[in-house]
Write a protein that binds this ligand. Structure first.
Ligand code: BES
Ligand code: MN
Ligand code: ZN
Length: 505
């Protein structure tokens, strides 16, 4: 399956709208704004914009769109689309990102050649410009397809971001480039997570994901089943036993010259390339969805790429254990005991709770690589979907670090919310025969999963992000097609930047 390996550049235009060369200018429009909000627009559309607003044909509700031709001899652009942006006091980076993406999707559908998107002034303008660049780039994603009779997707428009805020052109050009990189890396993660289990085996996943990162200058390594055994990773090996595909462990290192020794951010991603549940097999209905059970691993790999492309001046290590979870003659069985690389023993009461097993060994390895702060990302539990639905990822871990990740994630457009991790929940993982079990029953299922992971964090500051609900969109939205969302890529990369930023002070 093909997807764009790198996105096209985005031009930045400061200054007057009338002089802007484009086939379409998309202009976000807030509820209740008069036609005069954008100087000269009503005249350039021969009164069409004013008429549509006066008649209530266009009200500025989110994602509403009104197109009008631009009269010859007025503005240079050919057409304008005003785009409902909702209430002005609710405007932020998130809505800007979504509006830019929605405009970009429509422009692609309508085969627009050159599209300009106006970033309306407000708040932190560079942040809005960055979000717009992310949104346009996100619209530049072709889900990929194995259909044999489908025409190739139309080339995306060439994008321009037009500014009407206070202009510091150099700063804003940097913001555009940052947004483009973050959008591109999100798209790469979406491409990986959309890929079926038979094409994206653990070996293929490791090859593609390390390639993406290595191309950006990240040092990468792929450990095979022998090396994994030498490290004593009994949890990862245990999950892999049921499969005829061997497991892999991806390692990523971003170690820029001159970076301080600490902090070392350690990113760990769940890389189950297909989750049947193993011997505790899942029902057939909907099981095809479990091809995206490596979305956390893809997010880590693609965030490593972004971190390198952004020139982030701190050290970051990434670890992605990858395997299938299959039933088979050699598969682990409920009641089996596994020994982790750290030495802790686990009674596997349910083979479908495999993500926490492989992450246990992954977290240990990130510590071994020198991580001082740990963040893991995983499609870990159905229970987090019950708790938070499909819009919000669950955050678990040490309080102040959770707070930092929450702030960064919400700005990056990955909605996240903290969940409790009281030690008492650990009682649900009590085992008669091993240090603990791998499942704690239905109650608080996403929390007991997090407490299992905590056993492997060595007391370091740690955040677990459960993306089981947010990694996959069941329905298309104006700003996003169905399928893999690329959640957490922008959060992880922005978190590394946030670490670097707080060092400067
Ligand atoms: N990959 C699943 C979690 C999942 C469920 C992701 C639905 C996306 C959508 C995970 O490996 C799993 O099977 N978890 C079990 C754990 C249970 C056996 C304790 C679950 O949530 O049912
Ligand atoms: Mn499972
Ligand atoms: Zn799983």
């Amino acid at each position: 399956m093909s997807h764009a390996a790198s996105s096209s550049s985005i031009a930045f235009a400061a200054g007057s709208l009338p002089g802007l060369e484009a086939d379409l200018i998309a202009i976000p429009w807030f509820e209740g704004e008069p036609a005069s909000a954008i100087e000269g627009l009503d005249a350039a559309t021969a009164g069409e914009v004013g008429r549509a607003i006066a008649a209530g044909e266009f009200q500025g509700k989110p994602y509403e769109m009104f197109w009008a031709p631009i009269g010859a001899g007025t503005w240079r652009a050919k057409r304008v689309a005003i785009l409902g942006a909702g209430r002005r006091d609710a405007a932020d980076g998130d809505i800007t990102r979504k509006l830019a993406s929605a405009a970009g999707h429509v422009a692609r559908q309508k085969r627009v050649g050159r599209m300009a998107f106006l970033v309306r002034s407000g708040g932190d303008y560079a942040e809005l410009v960055q979000a717009a660049a992310e949104g346009l780039t996100l619209a530049d994603f072709h889900g990929g397809s194995y259909k044999t009779k489908e025409a190739a997707p139309a080339a995306p428009p060439t994008w321009t971001i037009a500014a009407d805020g206070a202009i510091d052109a150099v700063r804003l050009e940097h913001a555009v480039e940052r947004g483009r990189i973050l959008g591109e890396c999100t798209n790469l993660a979406r491409g990986l997570a959309n890929e079926p289990g038979n094409t994206l085996t653990p070996r293929e996943f490791a090859a593609r994901a390390t390639r993406l990162a290595a191309d950006a200058g990240v040092a990468t390594e792929v450990l095979d089943e022998k090396q994994i055994a030498e490290l004593g990773m009994g949890l990862l090996l245990g999950v892999a036993r049921g499969s005829s595909e061997p497991p892999r462990l991806m390692v990523f290192r971003h170690d820029p010259p001159g970076a301080p020794k600490t902090p070392v951010l350690g990113l760990v991603g769940k890389g189950i390339t297909f989750d049947t549940g193993g011997i505790s097999i899942k029902p057939a209905d909907g099981m095809e969805r479990m091809k995206d059970d490596m979305a956390g691993g893809a997010a880590v790999a693609c965030a490593m790429r972004a971190i390198a492309l952004l020139g982030t001046p701190i050290r970051v290590v990434g670890v992605v254990p990858a395997t299938e979870n299959m039933p088979g003659g050699r598969a682990i069985k409920p009641g089996d005991i596994l020994k982790s690389a750290e030495g802790k023993t686990v009674e596997v009461t349910n083979t479908d709770a495999e993500g926490r097993l492989i992450l246990g060994d992954g977290l240990w390895y990130a510590r071994k690589l020198g991580a001082t702060h740990l963040v893991d990302v995983a499609t870990l539990t159905g229970a987090v979907i019950v708790a938070l639905g499909k819009l919000t990822s669950g955050l678990f871990g040490t309080d102040t670090f959770v707070e930092q990740v929450r702030r960064v994630a919400n700005r990056a457009g990955d909605r996240s919310w903290p969940m409790p991790t009281f030690d008492d929940y650990m009682e649900q993982l009590k085992s008669e025969i091993a240090d603990f079990t791998n499942t704690g029953g239905r109650a608080a299922g996403s929390i007991t999963a997090a407490l299992f992971l905590k056993e492997f964090t060595g007391g370091l500051p740690w955040v677990h992000m459960d993306i089981a609900g947010t990694a996959w969109a069941d329905d298309a939205k104006p700003y996003m097609p169905k399928g893999a969302t690329g959640v957490a890529v922008r959060t992880l990369a922005s978190l590394a930047l946030d670490f670097a930023g707080s060092l400067e002070t």
